[in-house]
Each structure stands twice: as structure tokens, then as C-alpha cells.
Design a protein around this ligand. Sequence first.
Ligand SMILES: [Fe+2]
Length: 478
Amino acid sequence: MAELWCEMVIVVLGIVFLSCGTTGSSGKTSSFVRSQWPSVDIPLDNQVFEVPKGRSAPQQVHITQGDYDGKAVLISWVTTEEIGPSEVTYGTSKKNYVFNAVGRVTNYTFYNYTSGFIHHCLLDGLEYDTKYYYKIGTDDSAREFWFETPPKIDPDAPYTFGIIGDLGQTYNSFSTLEHYMHSGGQTVLFVGDLSYADRYEYNDVGIRWDSWGRFIEQSAAYQPWIWSAGNHEIEYMPNLGEVFPFKSYLHRFATPYVASNSSSPLWYAVRRASAHIIVLSSYSPFVKYTPQWRWLQEELRRVDRKKTPWLIVLMHVPLYSSNLVHYMEGESMRAVYEDWFVHYKVDFVFAGHVHAYERSYRISNIYYNVSSGDCYPVPDNSAPVYMTVGDGGNQEGLAGRFWDPQPEYSAFREASYGHSTLEIRNRTHALYHWNRNDDGKKVPTDSVIFHNQYWARNLLRRRLEKSHSNSGGDQINC
Ligand SMILES: [Fe+2]
């Protein structure tokens, strides 16, 4: 049935490439050039940054997954004039908030900026596949939102993720966010570089974090954004007396790192529907024996493809990119982790950092060492597909210069703004789109049907599982 479904989609869409990302066909460099809006931040008095009405009304509301398996949600918001309660009331019908949870509040200073009161509140013990309504704030300042929990962990649970990176707060950022919100995505996988507030060194770093929080609220208050950190979150500014890396980011964006036995909010894992998502930190120690290395080694062993067939890794710096900007900055992490990604048959590695889009074929370079002479990526069916989606639309503009000729590992590349969606259909197939912002329109530009690395690649395993199920084992629905 899955194969039949695939063929139908190909016919209907017409533009879809059937690709497993091996190689054998030459890559494509898109020549598309759009009329580019200026890469400047939207002025602070624009309505996209509007402060909600009411004294000390909760603002910058955003949610993320709060546990390992999707039965908890972490809700964060900021109040300004008064602390207000760190309390969320919630329920499964509108205006009927029968549950409550109490969180914690924090704040920080950055140079001459003092943040508002930053609240983080965990709602746990939730039901799967359920819509919850929630309220924060009090009296005239109270605000109401909703979110939907994912289906329970199941290998055939369909689910749609959006992938956004390097977003910033320009008119292009607004276009990306608006297009994503009409994409059907249920959770954002964010690949680092959030607000670009660090571009306001000396002035307004904190103010531009606040405006970005209000900007993304239209999506992030209603569905989880799974965070990973980029270089614009480091904010190491000794000239300002600010030497604690990730200070703003860590205060503002909570992650459920403890639930995956991580020792740092910067790297962690969650399972959601049929996906196991591993978040790595490009800017934290990752070489052998470091905490991140040891944690990743353990986390990869915990992955159970029979429960979560889709194995996804997020990081900021791409391991494979043929763009001239940031070229080979991910090489040190590639040298450390690539053989694990191949061994565990990771499906996708999503990254940002480079302000363009690129998709690789399934290739690896794990036989390379400084003495072997085998220094070229080669086709490898066990390797992930590497996607660079650093094209959210920030004030630094596009990275439009690629290596020429296009390397054999590069399947598609284009320097435009946009975002991606990954529609997981079942344990064997997922439909992927990179959607270009074409002025007012969202245009699916790179569309691929992916076969799952564990289930769809091993026909023998599927047949054995099927015969096992026919003899009384677990029912397998391929
Ligand atoms: Fe970056």
C-alpha cells in the first residue's frame, strides 16, 4: 500500500522526485533569483512586535516539549511591570480550566539591559492526541492559547514537522514564518540562530530578544518549537563584561534535557509520534570523552527504531555544505560523529548557519583519515541525508555563492529564503518539501519522498517481521 501511495503522489504532484538520496544523478544548482526585500530588521514599532494590552500582560509566549515522550509541555512567557503568578491554568475545553501548574521565574542582566520576569511552567501528565486550552496572567491581563499533544509513540504515527533556521526578525523572516504557519506543520524543529539580537552589541541586545519573542508568539504559543542553539546565541562579549556564553538563550528558552539524561540544556533528545529527535550543540565541547560525546553515545543506543522509526539529528553547523560561506566549519564535528550517524542509520541531519538551502545525497566520508588517501565522500546507503535550512531570513542576507562545479554529494541547492516540512506518513515513507519564499507565495521547490532508513531499506527485515506477525507476534503494518 505504501508503494502504491508513493506512485499516486508522484503522479498527482508531477514535480516530485523519487529519491532515496544515494547518487548516480547529477545535482542541481537552482538559478532562481527572487526580488529580494532588504535584509533589515522590522522596526520595533511595527505591529508584529506589539506588546499585549493590560498591565504586565504575559508576552513572548512560547512552548516546547516538556518530557521525553510528548506527554508534557513547557510553557514560557515574560512579564514586565510586575512578576505576576508563574501559574498556568488549563483544560481540554475552552474557558474550562480545571487543572493548574505552577512554574518558576527568573531574570537576568546583559550589559545595561535588565530582562523582564521570565516564567517557565511545566504541564505534565497530559493525554496524547488531545487539544488543551491554557490561560496565563490574571484579570484584564490574562491571555488564552491552546496546543495539541502528539499521538502516542507509535511507529506508524503520522506527523508533520517544520524545519526553520536562522530566522531573525526581518520582512523575509516574517514571510517565512507566515508561510510556515500555513504549511500544516505541527512542531518546529529549529536549527539555531534565533533572534540575531547579538547584532545590536552595546544597544538593544535584550530589547531585540524581547521583540523576537513577541514575533514568534503567533506560532510558538500554539505548537512546540524544538530548540537548538547557534553562534548568534553565544553572545560572548567581554568588551561589555558579558562572558557567560548563551546567557540570554538559556534564560529564555527552556529545554527538557534532564528527561534524556543530558547534563546541559544545549544538547538533549525527545521522542515525538514516530520520530526520535536528537539535538546537538555545535558550540559546546563534542570531542571524545566530553559530556556531549558521552551523552550522544548513550542516546544513540537508546534509540528503538521499532517504536520511533525516524531518527533525526538537529545541529547548527552543517557537516556537508558546498556553499562558500562557512565552508567546512562543521568538519571537526563530522570527523567525530559521522561514523555514528552511519552506523545508526540516521535518516536526516538538519542544520542551519549557511543562509541558503542545500540537500545532499546519502554519502559518507568515514574511511578518510589523514593517511588513507580516501578523502572523498562516497555513496553510502546507510548515511543520512544532510539538509541545510539556514534560510529563515535574517538581517545578514543570503549566502549566494556556491562551489563550482557542484560537488557530487550535493543534490540540490538554492540561495533563497524559505523553510522545510517533513510529513511522516508511516514507518516507511515521508514526504519532504523545501518551500521557497517567492514574494507573496510559498512554493514547494525541492520535493522528495524518503524511505525510512530502518524499515524501508531492509526488505528482508520487513518480510521477517511480517511472517513473525502472521505467526502471532506484534502486528506490523507496512
Ligand atoms: Fe549561524
